[in-house]
Ligand binder design. Structure first.
Ligand SMILES: Cc1cc2nc3c(=O)[nH]c(=O)nc-3n(C[C@H](O)[C@H](O)[C@H](O)COP(=O)(O)OP(=O)(O)OC[C@H]3O[C@@H](n4cnc5c(N)ncnc54)[C@H](O)[C@@H]3O)c2cc1C
Length: 384
């Protein structure tokens, strides 16, 4: 649902949204069995990902000259919500890579990677988290040291989505100048990976990545030495919107399945949806999803107007986490025992939501940020 983005149905965006919704629903239904099997196995469905890229869905805001859709953040949000809504393979990590390259990449870096990531031919991953450094960079151990005009990277990274399949990975490491980001060709000697087994987002499975004395040229630096925090924030302030949208889609998916089932389900002499207690659950979940959608759409419009969205995307993601959790747990109550089997979608949906609650900016860190912004102002209505 796009309450603010689709107010004027005659716009190109509204028409594109409608067409994309139809196309993505058809894509999901055509490949449902394959998507479900890959999800159960924790396998990255490379062919489907490539097809997704071929249709432009991996690169909503990438200019057409680099093989993208040439759209904006609104298109990014729409695709992400439909991905959650239909259980499709997520282009979120690719979009983050594209954001990094568009904001900070040299023309050589863009030429080397941007079109290939946009089309899905090359897989991007981000190697930021470590065993003892997730929410904070302060304990990061990865190092980047100069060796003549090259750099040597040593790092142990974890939780890296699509790490095992990636062609290029953005490594965050501590250089003499401080936190720095490097585009590392994953085929270089010294890069090793081991796929891991996350409970959710299993179509883009995680990996542990090890970088042992990996030699890279100075041209692999993204941004400036010591500029890692800036490169990190410019992408994550926007990509939270993709997370929020996927969460809204996941919540909608849980409710849609549950309501469809409950409308047919007779208990005693009543249809389940005739019980007021069940109706209230549906109302509460719908209300939470509608509020999250409004906040998400507002963040999109604010980004397009001002380019500054850290607070708006934090609000949108927090509301979306709460709404998606409410919708998916209510779905279990609405359908009863029928929902508590792995051949039903509810557990996969809930597990995807649990991952998105932590990854890409956890609920607690978002809460801290919102509080910091509130406390900077004397009057709450002055929050900007
Ligand atoms: C499936 C999955 C995919 C992921 N994908 C990637 C990826 O592709 N690349 C990558 O680099 N990382 C990835 N991550 C890692 C993710 O970004 C981290 O898990 C996240 O940043 C939290 O770090 P942590 O797990 O180390 O938790 P910790 O930092 O150990 O935190 C533990 C808990 O404390 C809370 N907490 C931390 N600080 C505070 C505070 N100041 N106040 C209140 N509460 C606090 C956290 O929110 C969390 O709930 C992924 C994680 C998962 C599970």
């Amino acid at each position: 649902m796009y309450p603010l983005l689709s107010t004027d149905e005659t716009t190109d965006l509204a028409r594109w949204t409608e067409e994309s919704q139809r196309e993505l629903a058809a894509f999901a239904s055509q490949h449902r069995a394959e998507l479900d099997a890959a999800n159960a196995a924790g396998r990255f469905p490379r062919d489907l990902y490539l097809e997704f890229g071929r249709r432009g869905y991996l690169a909503p805001f990438v200019p057409k000259e680099y093989g993208g859709l040439g759209g904006g953040i609104a298109e990014y949000a729409v695709i992400a919500e439909e991905v959650g809504r239909h259980g499709l393979v997520s282009g979120q990590i690719a979009a983050q890579g594209e954001r990094w390259l568009l904001d900070w990449g040299t023309s050589e870096q863009k030429d080397e990677w941007l079109a290939a990531i946009s089309s899905g031919e090359k897989i991007f991953s981000e190697s930021i988290s470590e065993k003892n450094a997730g929410s904070s960079f302060k304990t990061m151990k990865a190092t980047a040291t100069r060796a003549g005009s090259d750099w040597i990277i040593n790092a142990q990274k974890t939780h890296v989505n699509m790490g095992a399949d990636s062609d290029v990975t953005l490594v965050y490491a501590i250089a003499e100048e401080g936190l720095t980001s490097f585009l590392v060709d994953a085929s270089l000697p010294g890069v090793e990976r081991r796929q891991t087994d996350p409970v959710g987002l299993r179509l883009v499975p995680t990996a542990d990545m090890s970088f042992i004395d990996v030699r890279i040229p100075a041209s692999a630096i993204l941004g400036e030495p010591g500029g890692g925090l800036q490169t990190f924030l410019s992408t994550f302030n926007v990509s939270r919107l993709g997370n929020a949208s996927e969460l809204i889609g996941l919540g909608r998916r849980a409710m849609a399945h549950a309501v469809e089932y409950a409308k047919q389900r007779i208990v005693g002499e009543s249809v389940v949806t005739s019980f007021q207690g069940i109706q209230w659950m549906i109302a509460d979940a719908w209300q939470a999803l509608a509020a999250a959608s409004l906040a998400r759409d507002n963040a999109v419009l604010t980004y397009e107007r001002t380019g500054s969205v850290a607070l708006e995307t934090s609000l949108a993601k927090r509301l979306a986490i709460d709404a998606a959790e409410l919708a998916s747990t209510s779905a279990y109550s609405i359908v009863g025992g029928h929902g508590l089997y792995f051949d039903q979608p509810y557990t996969a949906i809930l597990n995807d939501i649990k991952v998105l609650k932590v990854a890409g900016g956890s609920s607690e860190i978002l809460r801290n940020y919102i509080a910091t912004r509130v406390l900077k102002h004397n009057a709450l209505e002055g929050i900007a």
